[in-house]
Design a protein around this ligand. Structure first.
Ligand code: CAO
Length: 415
C-alpha cells in the first residue's frame, strides 16, 4: 500500500529529541528520511542514558525509527560537497541546531535556495526572534519559558515541569505540521520556504487556556473553578491549579483502594453537571441531588473540596479499575491513573500499534510508542532505527558516487 508522503525526501539534520520526533513522524507517513550525523559520534543521544553498554540507547532508538543514517563531516570541504548534493536531491531540510550553526556551516537560507529553490528549510529553535533568540534550549527551559511550569503544580509549592515532553516532542509535532503545510503550498507555488517552530511558542500554544485565564483574572479578580476559590487569595498572575480540570466541569484526582502502597492507585473524577444526580446515587448522597446548596454547578463551587472528599470516601473502597467500570455505566467521566508499566502491558494499545515491539540487531527486542496518528490509507509499519552510518554507501551511490569516489571520500574523512 502506498504511503501519504511517498516520494518526499527529507535531509534530516536533527539531533536530541525535538527535531527527531518531527522527522520520525514524517518517516512513518512514508517520507525517505536521511539522517546526517557526525562520523564516529552521531546524534549525542545514541550514547545518553544507555541501559546496555556500547548499544544505541533507547533514547535514540525510540526517536529515530524508519530513518536511514549517513555520516558526513560537514565542516570538511569535500563533506560540504556531499551535503550540497543531498540538498539538491531532497525536498525538506530539517534541523534543530543551536541558533546560527547552519549558517556557520555555510548553509544559509540564500545558499540553500541557490542549490535548490524548492527546498523547504524547517527549524526548531528555543525562542523566536527577540531577547533570547541566541539561547540554547532544552525541554524544561521551554516548559518554564512557555508558561507551563508557572501554571503546573500546587498553590503552596514551587513551579513544576510535566513529564509529557511538550517542549521537545510537542514542538516536533508543530514543526511536522508546518512542513506538510509548506509541502502543500509548494504544489501551487513551486517554491520552498522557511518553517520555524520555536519551543517557547509551541509550549505556549499548548498553554493557550492559561492565557485565557490570565485575562479573565485581570477582568474579574477571581476564577471560580480554581481551587483557590472561594477562600484562597488570587494574585496578579494565573496561579497553579493542582489537579483541577481547568474547564467548566470540576475534576480532581482521588485515592482508590490500595493507595497506601500503590503510588498510582488513583482516579481522575469529573463532576460533570448533567450526571450530577447519578454521581449522588453512586456515592450514596442522594439528598445532594435536590439540596439547593449542591443541586446546581454554581451552588457546588464553594463546596468542591467537601464534595471531592465525599466522593473519595467512595473511590477508596474500589480499585481504580472497579471504579471505572461502575462510573462508566452511568456515563460519569473519569480516568484511571495508569503507570508506565500498566500502559506497556495494555493489550489494546498493542493492538492499535500505539505500543509496538521492535527488534534491533544489537539491542534485541524493545518497546516503543508507534505512530499516534492513524491514517486509513497510509498505515504505519515501525522499523528499527539505523546504526550509525549504516546507509552511507547506499545513499552515496544514489547520489551518483562510484565505489572508488566513496572510498576516497572516506579516506579523506569527509564521510
Ligand atoms: N559534521 C560536523 N559538524 C557538525 C555536524 C556534522 N555532521 N553536525 C553538527 N555539527 C556541528 C555544528 O556545525 C555545530 O558546530 P558550531 O557550533 O561550531 O557551529 C555543532 O555541531 C552543533 O552543535 P549545537 O550547538 O547545536 O549542539 P549542542 O550540543 O551544543 O546544543 C542544543 C544542543 C539542543 C542545546 C542546541 O542544538 C539547541 O539549542 N537547539 C535548538 C533547540 C532544540 O532543538 N532544543 C531541543 C533539544 S532536545 O531537548
Amino acid at each position: 500500500m502506498s504511503k501519504a508522503l511517498d516520494g518526499v525526501r527529507i535531509l534530516d539534520f536533527t539531533h536530541v529529541q525535538s527535531g527527531p520526533t518531527c522527522t520520525q513522524l514524517l518517516a512513518w507517513f512514508g517520507a525517505d528520511v536521511i539522517k546526517v550525523e557526525r562520523a564516529g559520534a552521531g546524534d549525542i543521544t545514541r550514547e545518553q542514558l544507555r541501559d546496555i553498554p556500547e548499544v544505541d540507547s533507547l533514547y535514540f532508538t525510540m526517536l529515530n525509527h524508519n530513518k536511514r543514517s549517513v555520516t558526513i563531516d560537514t565542516k570538511n570541504p569535500e563533506g560540504k560537497q556531499v551535503l550540497e548534493a543531498l540538498i539538491q536531491k531532497c525536498d525538506v531540510l530539517v534541523e534543530n541546531f543551536a541558533p546560527g550553526a547552519l549558517d556557520r556551516m555555510g548553509f544559509t537560507w540564500e545558499r540553500i535556495q541557490e542549490l535548490n529553490p524548492r527546498m523547504i528549510v524547517a527549524s526548531v529553535k528555543g525562542f523566536g526572534p527577540g531577547p533570547y533568540e541566541d539561547c540554547k534550549v532544552y525541554e524544561n527551559v521551554a516548559q518554564c519559558a512557555g508558561g507551563a511550569a508557572s501554571t503546573t503544580g500546587f498553590d503552596d509549592g514551587p513551579p513544576v515541569v510535566t513529564g509529557a515532553q511538550i517542549g521537545d516532542s510537542g514542538t516536533g509535532l508543530h514543526l511536522a505540521l508546518g512542513i506538510v503545510t509548506a509541502l502543500y503550498q509548494r504544489t501551487h507555488t513551486g517554491r520552498g520556504q522557511r518553517v520555524l517552530a520555536a519551543m517557547q511558542d509551541g509550549v505556549l500554544n499548548l498553554c493557550r487556556v492559561k492565557l485565557r485565564d490570565q485575562q479573565r483574572l485581570e477582568r474579574t479578580g477571581t476564577m471560580k473553578e480554581y481551587p483557590q476559590y472561594p477562600n484562597g487569595q488570587f494574585g496578579e498572575a494565573v496561579p497553579r491549579a493542582g489537579n483541577a480540570s481547568g474547564g467548566g466541569q470540576p475534576g480532581w484526582i482521588l485515592k482508590c483502594k490500595g493507595w497506601e502502597t500503590d503510588p498510582n492507585a488513583y482516579i481522575y473524577f469529573i463532576t460533570q453537571a448533567p450526571v450530577w444526580a447519578k454521581i449522588c446515587n453512586v456515592i450514596g448522597k442522594e439528598e445532594w441531588a435536590t439540596d439547593p446548596d449542591y443541586a446546581t454547578p454554581a451552588a457546588r463551587l464553594p463546596h468542591l473540596k467537601d464534595i471531592f472528599a465525599e466522593i473519595e470516601r467512595w473511590t477508596m473502597t474500589k480499585t481504580k479499575f472497579e471504579a471505572m467500570q461502575i462510573l462508566n455505566k452511568y456515563d460519569i467521566p473519569c480516568g484511571p491513573i495508569l503507570s508506565m508499566k500498566e500502559i506497556a502491558e495494555e493489550p489494546s494499545l498493542r493492538k492499535t500499534g500505539t505500543i509496538v515491539e521492535v527488534d534491533h540487531p544489537t539491542r534485541g527486542k524493545y518497546l516503543t510508542v508507534g505512530n499516534p496518528i492513524k491514517l486509513s490509507d497510509s498505515p504505519t509499519e515501525v522499523t528499527r532505527s539505523p546504526l550509525l552510518g549504516e546507509h552511507t554507501d547506499e545513499v552515496m551511490a544514489e547520489l551518483g558516487y562510484s565505489p572508488e569516489q566513496i572510498s576516497a571520500l572516506r579516506t579523506a574523512g569527509a564521510i
